[in-house]
Design a protein around this ligand. Sequence first.
Ligand code: FAD
Length: 449
Amino acid sequence: MSSRPPHVLIVGAGTGGLCLAHGLRRAGISVAVYERYRTRGEGLLGYRVGIGPTGSRALRECLPPTLFDVYLATCARSPRYFNVITQGMRRTASFTLRPDTDPVNTERSVARMTLRQVLLTGMEDVVHFDKAFTRYDQRDDGTVTAHFADGSTATGDLLVAADGTHSAVRRQYLPHAVTRDAGTINIATRIPLTPHTRGLLPERIEQGISLIFGTGGMMGVLHVMEFKWDRDGTLKPGVDPADAELLRGWPGLRHDNTRDNINLVVWSTARRFPSDVMQLRGEDLVLLALRLTRNWHPHLRELLARSDPGSALPIRVSTSEPVPPWKSSTVTLLGDAIHTMTPGRGVGANTALRDAALLCRQLRLAATGDKTLLQAVADYEAAMVPYGFARVADSLNRSGTSGDDRMYKPVVGRLALLGARGYFGVTSRVPRLARRFVDDFYSYRGEED
Ligand SMILES: Cc1cc2nc3c(=O)[nH]c(=O)nc-3n(C[C@H](O)[C@H](O)[C@H](O)COP(=O)(O)OP(=O)(O)OC[C@H]3O[C@@H](n4cnc5c(N)ncnc54)[C@H](O)[C@@H]3O)c2cc1C
C-alpha cells in the first residue's frame, strides 16, 4: 500500500456506498462509485426504510450540512405511535413515540427512492452508472483494479464492496462468507393515500407504525407515508418556510415519483407461499396477498385490494452466516455486502450507514498519515464485524423473520401468538414497562443523550 492520499473505488451506489462517498469527498479524499443500474431512477428498491438515530447520525457526519437538511425535509411525517394490532385491527398495544424535534435522536420514515435521490445529489461527477462489477485484481504495488461488464476497468488504492446482499466483490474476496434463506417471504405493496384510504384507518394506526400479529402465522406491518409535496410534486400549503426553500432548490424531486402512500407488507414462513411466488407480479401477487389474509379485517383487505398492482413486490428474506476473521487488505466491505440481516429489527440500512461513517473516519486518518491505509481498514473491520453480526443475530432470532420461528408452527404457533400479544398488551398498559419499552426501542436504534 502506498503512503499517498488514497483513491477509493466503491462498488454500489446504495445507502452505504453513497453515504461513504459523500464523507470521503467532504474530507477531500478522491473517490469514485460504480453502480450497475443505468440511471438514477432505476431499480426496485422497496418502499420504506426506518432510519433511527444511528443512521441519521452517520448521515449528519458524512453529508454536506445543507444536504443533511434536505434529507430531513424529505422524510415522511414521523410516526407518533408504535402499535401492535390483531388481524381484526383490534389494538393489542400502542406506545407513544418521542416527538421528532431532534434532527438525529428520532425515528424517521424514509422513502427508499427519495433517500437514493438525496444521496445522489451533487454526486454526478463521482457516480458512474451502467458499471456492473465483475471481478478485481490486487497488485503487488498496492493498487487494486475493478473490472466491469462493459470491459472497462478502474484502478485505486482501496476497493469497497457496497454492492448489497448478493455482493460480487464478496463472492471473490471472501467466498466462504455466505448468506442463506431466512425462511420467510414478504409481499410489499403501496396504496395511494386518499381521503378514502386514510379513512379506513383508526387515528392511532394512521399516525403510527403498526405491526400486525395475525393468526395462522400471517404477519404484517403498515406505515402511512406522508410527504411535504403533493400528487403533482408541488409543495403542500403550510410547509415550514425553511423546508420549502430547501425543497424548491433541490433537484432530486424531479427524479423521484414518490407520493403519499400507505405501505402495507404481509409476511409469513415461506411454507405458506406457492413455489412460484418470486415470479409473481402485479395483480397476481395482490390476489395472493388477499388469499393469505382471508380472515383479516375488511379495511386491511380493502387496502390490499386498492394497492397499486405495479408496486406489489415479493421479497425473499435472507441473512448472513457468521464469518471467521480474515486478513485485511486493499479490499473491504460494508452494509449488506458483509452483514445482510432480516428486516425484523429495521436496522440493515442504519448499520450500512454506521459502517460508512466509521470507514470514512478511518480513511481520513490514513489520508492525513496518522495510520497506514491497511491499519485503517483493519481497525474499521475489527469494530464493524462484531456490531454488524450482533445485529444479524438479533434480527433473525428476535423478530419473527426466521421461517423456523415458533410463531409459524401449527400448534405451538397459537401459544406463541398469545404469548407475544400478551407481552405487548401488558407492557403497554403498565406505565413503567411502557416507558422502559420505548427507552429500549430508542437505545437499540442508537439514541444518545
Ligand atoms: C423488506 C425490507 C425492509 C427493510 N426495512 C429496513 C428498515 O426499516 N430500516 C433499516 O435500517 N433497514 C431496513 N432494511 C434493510 C436495508 O434495506 C438494507 O440493509 C440496506 O439497504 C443495505 O444498504 P447497502 O448500501 O448495504 O446495500 P443496497 O442499498 O442494497 O445497495 C447496493 C447497491 O449495489 C448495487 N450493485 C449490486 N451489485 C452490483 C454490481 N455487481 N456492480 C455494481 N453495482 C452493484 C445495487 O444496484 C445497489 O444500488 C429492510 C430490508 C428489507 C428487505
